[in-house]
Design a binder for this molecule. Structure first.
Ligand code: GLY
Length: 264
């Protein structure tokens, strides 16, 4: 079993010109659309290198953060769950994603409670469980609703905490294989990964904790050589992709795609 990192499909969305108005915790500069488009193309090429089908959705200028498609849905083998993003400016992105997943999955469920908020960036699916970090974007009602929605698909959900001041749970961690997680020391210190093998990001390189294992590749942001070497030595096949522009909006490798194998 390796359903948590072997995928037949990915969905991405082109960055929109409005990306310059994207949400960010701290303003460290305006993202350059041309450069972001180049990085995005490299990212899609890396996904395709693995043999997966990559669906590229058109840009949505009404939603500045819509390139970060991961927050709109949780894709499992049995079906997809459409999220309710906790950022008001992003709420409408989920409805934009739903019809695309409906063409690929027999079953699409929805987080629907008016008080339920949950974003895909707070969800790490492993071989044995779904970890969901409570955060400024993901609340208890959202976690509880997701837990109910996935129970009859055979999934166990465990609530954990996203570190204070960190956008999403997966800002600080990534799945590397069926038993291994890349994590910042600050997140791993919370004790949320019992029974997993944890590889810590190298000193000073917390910003590369958001990587993805996609089929045979680990796709990580460029510019973090110590962590890249750690992953190389651990036997992972690493591909680096520029992320300087998405990083200005607190975005990383996982944020840029939905990755899945729909069961037909
Ligand atoms: N800029 C990505 C987000 O805040 O959701």
């Amino acid at each position: 079993m390796s359903a948590s990192f072997r995928f037949s499909h990915a969905i991405t969305r082109k960055p929109a010109p409005s990306i310059t108005k994207g949400l960010r915790a701290i303003d460290i500069g305006t993202p350059d659309l041309d450069l972001m488009q180049g990085h995005h193309a490299d990212y899609i090429a890396a996904l395709r290198r693995t043999g997966a089908e990559v669906i590229e959705l058109p840009a949505l200028n009404a939603f500045p953060d819509s390139v970060f498609v991961e927050d709109t849905a949780l894709c499992l083998p049995q079906g997809a769950v459409i999220m309710r993003p906790g950022a008001p400016s992003r709420l409408g992105e989920a409805a934009e994603m739903a019809p695309h997943l409906a063409t690929l999955y027999r079953e699409v469920r929805h987080i629907s409670g008016a008080d339920s908020f949950i974003e895909g960036g707070d969800i790490l699916t492993t071989e044995r469980e779904i970890l969901v970090g409570r955060s400024a974007r993901t609340n208890a009602a959202g976690v509880a609703e997701l837990k109910t929605l996935v129970a009859d698909w055979g999934h166990t959900l465990r609530e954990v905490s996203t570190p204070p001041g960190v956008l999403h749970f997966k800002t600080d961690c990534s799945l590397l294989d069926g038993e291994t997680i890349l994590s910042t020391e600050r997140l791993a210190a919370s004790g949320c990964f019992p029974g997993y093998r944890v590889i810590h990001t190298a000193e000073g390189e917390d910003a590369c904790a958001n990587a993805i294992r996609f089929n045979d590749l680990v796709i990580m942001p460029a510019g973090f050589p110590k962590t890249r070497d750690l992953l190389d030595k651990a036997g992972f096949k690493v591909v680096e992709v520029g992320n300087s522009e998405c990083a200005k909006l607190d975005g990383g490798m996982s944020c840029l795609s939905l990755r899945f194998t729909p069961r037909t």
